[in-house]
Design a protein around this ligand. Sequence first.
Ligand SMILES: Cc1cc2nc3c(=O)[nH]c(=O)nc-3n(C[C@H](O)[C@H](O)[C@H](O)COP(=O)(O)O)c2cc1C
Length: 223
Amino acid sequence: MNKERLIFAPTTKQYTRASLTRASLSPDPLLQFHKWYSEAVAFPEPIPESCTFATAQLPSGRVSARVVLFKELDSRGFIVYSNWATSKKNRDVRSNPHAAMTFFWKGLERQVRVEGRTEFITHEESLTYFRTRPRESRIGAWASPQSQAVGDGSREALLALVSEQTAKFDGVEDIPLPEGWGGLRIVPDEIEFWQGGEFRIHDRFSYTRENEGAQWEIRRLAP
Ligand SMILES: Cc1cc2nc3c(=O)[nH]c(=O)nc-3n(C[C@H](O)[C@H](O)[C@H](O)COP(=O)(O)O)c2cc1C
């Protein structure tokens, strides 16, 4: 393939839905997130909990990102669930306990960016969530060494892993948590709320704090 341009997306979309003002913001960005998230659910955005979750490996500094589902917000931060044994994001956070999450709520013309330190939630907390998953998904978590190559590459090989685990847990009601599977909390030190504006004059407000106990400071950022 030569260097000819294959896709060119000229600007067409104007963001006219709403504006965001300093006066309307909650002093606590977790409460502000709660408000926007509730509005995204009510809108309804198709998968309001989906977000891009970015991590970076050290010492290479190599960055990777993927979509995950944000599952819980508590007074400390944002929790996502995944495989913390074999995935690429696992490799990254073990070497560098920092991550970023980006939510895009298309219909509302909003973006939220969260950055912070990562920490694993407790086994008990992960188990509580794991038990809410359908049985097949709990078995699926056992069957999938996430992001590792599958045997001969066929779907049959993948389904064989599932069958193996299904047989193993036959008659077992309370399937245990697989080793390394569970929740990761991002304890934020920066959260930005973006509301699209006409002619790209967007409203952006960023909350930052020095550490978990410190006061949040709010600044308007240039678009
Ligand atoms: C809508 C959507 C939701 C997803 N939710 C999750 C999730 O909650 N947890 C997860 O581990 N992977 C989820 N995935 C799969 C990830 O994007 C990714 O394929 C997987 O986590 C392996 O990534 P990694 O090897 O880079 O860590 C989701 C993908 C999509 C498209």
